[in-house]
Design a protein around this ligand. Structure first.
Ligand code: ADP
Ligand code: ADP
Length: 228
C-alpha cells in the first residue's frame, strides 16, 4: 500500500532542516500501523508524503502502486480522493453543515448521485453508531461523537487507505478507547489499511505494528503485542 525507498526530505530556510533522512519502509495492504516519535522526529512529514500532500527531496514514494512524484497536482488530488481518507485530532468538520452533510462532502466532490449519497451516508452513520445524530450540527455533539462523524466521512468513500493524525488526541481515555475500537472494527471488517501518528501509547497498542522515528530515521519497527 505504501512503499518508501531511501526517502529524504529537507526544508530550506535560514539553515537547511533534514526532516527525513533516508527512510526505507513498506506498509502492506491491510496493516494497522502506529507511528510514534518525539516532536520534530518527522512524523507529520512522513504522513504528508503518505498522503501525497508533499513530495520527497530524494528517494521514491509509492502510494497504492503509484509514484505520486510523477503526477501533477490535479492528478494527485484525484488520486488522493479515491484512495486515501483522513482523520485529524481536531476533527475538521464544517460547523455550518449538519452531520449528514459533513459525511456527504467527499461524495459530492466525487460527483456521486444524490440517491447514492443518501444511501452511503446513512450506512456510514450507522457504522459509527450515529444514525440518530444525522440532523445535528457538529457543535451539538461531544468530542467523541465528532470524531465518529469524521470517521464516517472517511469511510463513506470506501478508500483503502486511512491516515489518522492523533485521532485520540483530544479525547478522554474512555472516548479514545471507543474510537480505537471503531478503527479496529473498520480495519478488521473492511481490510482498510490504517496508519496513525500518535503520542498515545494506548492508541499505539491498538495497532499491529509500531514504527518509531527519531531525528528523521526509523529507530524501531516491529509487531505490537497481540491479543485484541
Ligand atoms: P513531527 O511531526 O514528528 O513533530 P515534523 O515532520 O513536523 O515532525 O518535523 C520534522 C522536522 O522538520 C522538524 O525539525 C521541523 O521543524 C521541520 N519542518 C517541518 N515542516 C517544516 C517546514 N514546512 N519548513 C521548515 N521546516 C519544517
Ligand atoms: P484537494 O482535493 O483540495 O487537493 P484532498 O481532497 O486531497 O484535497 O485532501 C483534503 C484535505 O485533507 C487537504 O486539503 C488537507 O488539508 C488534508 N490532508 C490531505 N493529506 C493529508 C495528510 N497526509 N496529512 C494531513 N492532512 C492531509
Amino acid at each position: 500500500m505504501l512503499r518508501l525507498r531511501d526517502v529524504t526530505k529537507t526544508y530550506d530556510g535560514k539553515s537547511e532542516v533534514t526532516a527525513l533522512a533516508g527512510i526505507t519502509l513498506t506498509i502492506d495492504p491491510g496493516e494497522m500501523v502506529a507511528i510514534m516519535g518525539p516532536s520534530g522526529s518527522g512524523k507529520s512529514t512522513l504522513l504528508n508524503l503518505f498522503g501525497g500532500l508533499d513530495v520527497p527531496t530524494s528517494g521514491q514514494v509509492m502510494v497504492a502502486g503509484k509514484d505520486l512524484a510523477g503526477e501533477n497536482e490535479k492528478e494527485r488530488s484525484l488520486f488522493r480522493r479515491s484512495k486515501i481518507s483522513y482523520i485529524f485530532q481536531a476533527y475538521h468538520l464544517m460547523p455550518t453543515l449538519k452531520v449528514s452533510q459533513n459525511v456527504a462532502l467527499p461524495l459530492h466532490l466525487a460527483g456521486v448521485s444524490s440517491t447514492e449519497i443518501s444511501r452511503r451516508v446513512a450506512q456510514a452513520l450507522k457504522d459509527v453508531g450515529l444514525e440518530s445524530r444525522a440532523n445535528h450540527l457538529p457543535d451539538e455533539l461531544s468530542g467523541g461523537e465528532r470524531q465518529r462523524v469524521a470517521i464516517a466521512r472517511a469511510l463513506v468513500t470506501g478508500a483503502p487507505l486511512l491516515l489518522a493524525d492523533e485521532p485520540t488526541g483530544n479525547l478522554d481515555s474512555a472516548r479514545g478507547e471507543e474510537i480505537l475500537k471503531l478503527l479496529r472494527t473498520i480495519h478488521r471488517e473492511r481490510g482498510t489499511t490504517i496508519v496513525m501518528v500518535t503520542h498515545d501509547h494506548h492508541a499505539a497498542s491498538a495497532c499491529d505494528r509500531l514504527i518509531s522515528l527519531r531525528d528523521g530515521r526509523v529507530e524501531g519497527d516491529g509487531a505490537v503485542g497481540g491479543g485484541k
